[in-house]
Design a protein around this ligand. Structure first.
Ligand code: FES
Length: 168
């Protein structure tokens, strides 16, 4: 791990009081002995604050919720919504699964890559966008589709992609 990433890890392994309060509100939705059920929400809250989850942060959240760190790593590495490395200001989740593939996601991928001059898993030089490849996001009827941050965008064409990205 290089020094810069190590510094980011160390700096990221804490949360604001507001985030900790939000996690406690999530935990309160479950019986006290089931507070681990709030793990997904707690990781999401941590990510909202730091944009990504370092290993130290995942361990920290596990401690806050009271689950073994390995449980938090299992969850964080399973779901594509969690960013396990630093990302840009906006994250494009491009679905390349079967329906989107049959409806032309290759063309959309090529268009985004050329437009932003990045490949899958990369971030633009200005830090504005990260492009991630994801599995089916359950919007197959609107294929090809992508999610930008929390917004779904369906029935994509290269022109629509330009229009959408200009909003971010
Ligand atoms: S295959 Fe892309 S949303 Fe289902």
């Amino acid at each position: 791990m290089n020094e810069q990433v190590a510094d980011q890890n160390a700096a990221a392994a804490s949360l604001s009081q507001a985030a900790l309060d939000e996690i406690e509100r999530e935990c309160a939705k479950y019986p006290a002995e089931r507070r681990q059920s709030a793990l997904l929400a707690a990781l999401r809250i941590a990510q909202d604050e730091h944009r990504w989850l370092s290993n130290d942060m995942i361990e920290y959240v596990a401690g806050v919720i009271g689950v073994p760190a390995v449980r938090a790593f299992e969850v964080a590495t399973f779901y594509s919504m969690y960013n396990l490395k630093p990302v840009g200001e906006n994250v494009i989740h491009l679905c390349t699964n079967i329906s989107c593939m049959l409806r032309g996601c290759d063309e959309i991928q090529r268009h985004i890559e050329e437009k932003l001059e990045i490949g899958l898993g990369e971030t633009t030089a200005d830090g504005k966008f990260t492009l991630k490849e994801v599995e089916c996001l359950c919007a197959c009827a609107g294929a090809p589709m992508m999610q930008v941050n929390r917004d779904y965008h369906e029935n994509l064409t290269p022109e629509r992609v330009d229009e959408i990205l200009a909003r971010y």
